[in-house]
Design a protein around this ligand. Structure first.
Ligand code: NAD
Length: 439
């Protein structure tokens, strides 16, 4: 039996996104980093350290399939930097996962934690696979065997995974259980914070499921305040209707904004009168978490979605979506990057030339890692926070980070992505200068 959506949330949603493979995602990170490092005149020695990852782990591991065959899998964990605290970052299950992509995602995590001022470093990982091809039981075995293969390369005070594309709270629960099963009985109770994004009953935090979308919406609120723009009646489009895209869409509805087009791996749909995000979630939940065939909107193609005139566009799928080819199509006031790396440097330049505002990924989608940090703290302190407390603390952190990026953009007269990098680099540079380099 294949994994059903009811069993495993969104692992059925698998992409065929035509990303521009010619443009390496890690090259994008390097170009973004170099620009900010030049502007802020980053110390040359610290620049050398931050330009490289710390550890790159590649594991090949066997898993027995339901029919008795053994299949080999390749998994990755890249740890970019842990100057500020334990390595931290999601795990992705996707056919396009490879070392270069994981390096880029790990590096972005370092900047993100530094910008929002939480004591974490940056890491990312994943398995190269198409989850829709496996049964629920097989996915469980793949997850557990990957966790076992990573061994001591992860740990509650060392490197803490979380959900990302095609990984869910259920998958985090399997990682937790596998990790704890390898510990001595005396240590088990002290290690539930080895992963975040867990189901609530297994030590998860209230508000973690929606946290990234909530953070996206908090940053959009700040942007609207800055611009004197009324979100009531504003129109928005969303690419990707998984965890980040669907929560963003639902929370924007609370502002009275109108979702007019949305895309996922199965296709795109539009309705100028508005698509109810809650109804769409309800529909997708009965359709393998896919939106195609939604009866209250018209099917459109991918190009039409990107060309749809709206106030706000939220890319919430994969990298390299807004490029030299697609950026000229956008007719929006602001791009709020729910996804990691959806805009490449050429796309950035074109959006700037068109006067489109940008809330960059390492600020915009940081709500996920912020609430992961809250979950980690609750586990360490044996506490359980109410949702209001989580939301209130998230709001405070992300609004403060938004202010830092805005002020830095003004100070350096630069774009917001570069400003966000400058905030992160400045923080890390100070830490390295205070501590020095051993020996
Ligand atoms: P998810 O697996 O829950 O959802 C991914 C969505 O993207 C699905 O709706 C899928 O159908 C869609 N998609 C895939 N290929 C597509 C294509 N070609 N065109 C349009 N849509 C496509 O993943 P997620 O957790 O929502 O992550 C989405 C993005 O947000 C990723 O870049 C991820 O790194 C980033 N992010 C996630 C979190 C988190 O907490 N989950 C935190 C920060 C950043």
């Amino acid at each position: 039996m294949k994994a059903s959506p009811a069993d495993i949330d969104r692992t059925a949603a698998v992409e065929e996104i035509p990303t521009r493979k010619s443009e390496s995602v890690y090259d994008n990170v390097t170009r973004q980093f170099d620009k900010a490092a030049d502007m802020v005149k980053l110390d040359e020695n610290i620049r050398k350290i931050l330009a490289m990852t710390t550890n790159e782990i590649i594991v090949h591991f066997p898993v027995r399939m339901d029919d008795g065959r053994i299949e080999m899998f390749t998994g990755y964990r890249v740890q970019h930097n842990n100057a500020l605290g334990p390595f931290k970052g999601g795990l992705r299950f996707h056919p396009a996962v490879e070392i270069d992509e994981v390096r880029a995602l790990a590096t972005w995590m370092t900047w993100k934690s530094a910008i929002v001022n939480i004591p974490f470093g940056g890491a990312k990982g994943g398995i190269q696979l198409d989850p829709s091809k496996y049964t629920l039981k097989e996915l469980e075995h793949i997850t557990r065997r990957f966790t076992f293969a990573l061994g001591d390369n992860i740990g509650p005070e060392y490197d803490i995974p979380a959900p990302d594309v095609n990984t869910t709270a259920q998958i985090m629960a399997w990682i937790l259980d596998t990790y704890l099963s390898t510990m001595s009985p005396h240590e088990r109770q002290r290690c539930t914070h080895v992963v975040t994004g867990k189901p609530i009953e297994s030590g998860g935090s209230l508000g973690r499921d929606k946290a990234t979308g909530q953070g996206v919406v908090f940053t959009i609120e700040e942007w609207a305040k800055d611009r004197g723009f009324d979100l009531r009646g504003a129109t928005y489009t969303v690419q990707g209707f998984g965890n980040v895209g669907s929560w963003t869409a639902r929370l924007m509805k609370e502002h009275g904004s109108k979702l007019i087009a949305v895309e996922d791996v199965s296709g795109a749909v539009a309705n100028p009168d508005g698509i109810d995000p809650d109804e769409l979630v309800d529909y997708a939940s009965k359709n393998k978490w896919l939106i195609s065939g939604y009866p209250k909107a018209e099917p459109i193609d991918r190009k039409t979605l990107l060309q749809t005139e709206a106030d706000i566009f939220v890319p919430a799928a994969l990298e390299n979506q807004i490029t030299a080819d697609t950026a000229p199509w956008l007719k929006v006031k602001v791009v709020a990057e729910g996804a990691n790396g959806p805009t490449d440097p050429d796309g950035d330049r074109i959006l700037r030339e068109k006067g489109i505002d940008m809330i960059p990924d390492i600020l915009c989608n940081a709500g996920g890692v912020i609430v992961s940090y809250f979950e980690w703290l609750q586990n360490k302190r044996s506490e359980f926070w109410e949702l209001e407390e989580v939301d209130c603390k998230l709001h405070k952190k992300i609004v403060a980070a938004y202010g830092r990026v805005r002020d830095t953009a003004k100070k350096y007269k630069t774009d917001w992505r570069t400003a966000a990098y400058i905030v992160a680099l400045d923080h890390l540079e100070r830490v390295y200068k205070e501590r020095g380099i051993f020996p």
